[in-house]
Write a protein that binds this ligand. Structure first.
Ligand SMILES: [Zn+2]
Length: 420
């Protein structure tokens, strides 16, 4: 026994000697580092395993591999706030036909491509806002990424999402025809409790609810659930440690979502200064999805930069300015899937085009989205944080379009792309 103890302590001593000499796996030497909050010239970043071990200008360690990133900016992997990996652009196949005619197998096969395109574009985390009729295929995709079966960003998924009976599509069929809906219906206290819990049980990381939809008499966006119903969903989700996000475009839908305790509101086209003020006061974040409306209007024939701006686009530009002036927290999330996966940066370009400070847009896509989505180890280049790192040509804090020139992608300490 004594001999064994002696052997063990000898082994421990040699282990500690080894750890003193321990090396980092990678040392990145970019022109500058945007750490999720600000830009620092001449910083280097070291990574060991799946963690960032050093960030700063005075590295004294050793690394197995040194990667020079000439004229490049190193920054946290981008965090997309509103994606649909199970949808593809509506100018290829309409939303209705995707939901009605594409099998879940086909949609999942497409999602594999979408996930790879997103990761290669520097998106290392995505909050996916509903499978749109593909059941829990999003949960399966997330598991496949986590098991290393397919490459893709870290996923936060909503599952089926919840809609009020009669509100959501596809619509317009004979009453005898049963069609798959783009989300799960639930109404009233008991039903909403059951469905919310069921979605949680099937792997939803958060709950998405449609607080309004285009079911008004003339196709206008009108509220769906009562405040009591929305509060029920929030109470059940929060009991399980999850939060709720709401699709809402109308003033009333947004007001109810805010009152019910929802954390982020998506779209918000019909918001007023008063609504944004309420959101700011209650700490509700706003995800404007500028690029989706822009894409849909172009699918309808509008030639961006050639034709005059249609009323819908002009109104969105105005309401985004209103949101900026209010100081409400802005989430980067373009509703990607409506437009091609991998072109996520279109949303950031539009946020800047519509008046947001470039650095603020960059913060939104990194540290601010991480904070908003409760990801306390992501969104910053900081010692101890998870090694989700990208590099781009140029300086994205001055020119947001630099984010389209991704030269390196590392997720969880593993390099997926390196053009250096
Ligand atoms: Zn969406």
């Amino acid at each position: 026994m004594r001999k064994l103890t002696g052997l063990l302590s000898a082994a421990l001593i040699s282990l500690s000697v080894f750890s003193l000499k321990a090396q980092d796996d990678f040392l990145f030497k970019p022109k500058q580092v945007f750490d999720g909050k600000e830009t620092h010239a001449n910083w280097v970043v070291a990574v060991k395993g799946n963690r960032i071990t050093y960030v700063g200008a005075k590295y004294t360690g050793q690394a197995n591999e040194v990667i020079e990133l000439k004229n490049q900016t190193l920054l946290p992997g981008l965090i997309e706030g509103h994606s649909h990996i199970l949808l593809h652009p509506y100018n290829e196949v309409s939303w209705n036909d995707q939901v009605l005619k594409e099998s879940i197998a086909e949609r999942s096969a497409r999602a594999v491509n979408h996930l790879e395109a997103s990761l290669m574009a520097g998106i290392t985390t995505m909050r996916d806002l509903g499978s749109e009729g593909a059941g829990y295929a999003d949960v399966g995709m997330k598991q496949a990424v986590e098991k290393g079966v397919i490459p893709g960003p870290r996923l936060l998924v909503a599952g089926k999402a919840i809609v009020a009976t009669g509100s959501y599509g596809p619509k317009g069929f004979h009453e005898g025809v049963e069609v798959p809906l783009g989300a799960e219906t639930a109404d009233g206290f008991d039903d909403l409790i059951r469905v919310t819990r069921d979605q949680i049980g099937h792997g939803a990381d958060f709950i998405k609810v449609y607080a309004d939809y285009r079911w008004g008499p003339n196709g206008t966006a009108e509220a769906t659930f009562t405040i009591t119903e929305l509060k029920t969903i929030v109470e059940i989700a929060e009991s399980s440690g999850r939060y709720v996000v709401a699709h809402a475009s109308s003033e009333e839908g947004m007001r109810r979502a805010i009152d019910a305790g929802i954390e982020t509101i998506e779209h918000g086209d019909g918001a007023t200064p008063e609504i944004f003020k309420m959101m700011k006061e209650k700490g509700v974040a706003f995800c404007p999805t500028l690029a989706a409306g822009d894409a849909i209007t172009q699918y309808g024939g509008w030639k961006r930069g050639v034709d005059p701006e249609p009323a819908r686009i002009a109104a969105k530009r105005k309401s985004f300015k209103m949101a900026l002036d209010s100081g409400v927290k802005l989430v980067f999330g373009g509703d990607v899937g409506v437009f091609p996966h991998g072109e996520n940066v279109r949303e950031l370009e539009m946020m800047v085009e519509y008046g947001m400070n470039t650095e603020a847009a960059l913060i939104s896509a990194t540290s601010a989205n991480a904070e908003q989505f409760h990801l306390d180890q992501l969104g910053q280049i900081k010692a101890g944080f998870l090694a989700d790192i990208i590099a781009v040509q140029g300086d994205p804090s001055k020119d947001i379009a630099s984010l389209k020139k991704v030269s390196l992608v590392m997720k969880d300490g593993k390099i997926y792309k390196n053009e250096n």
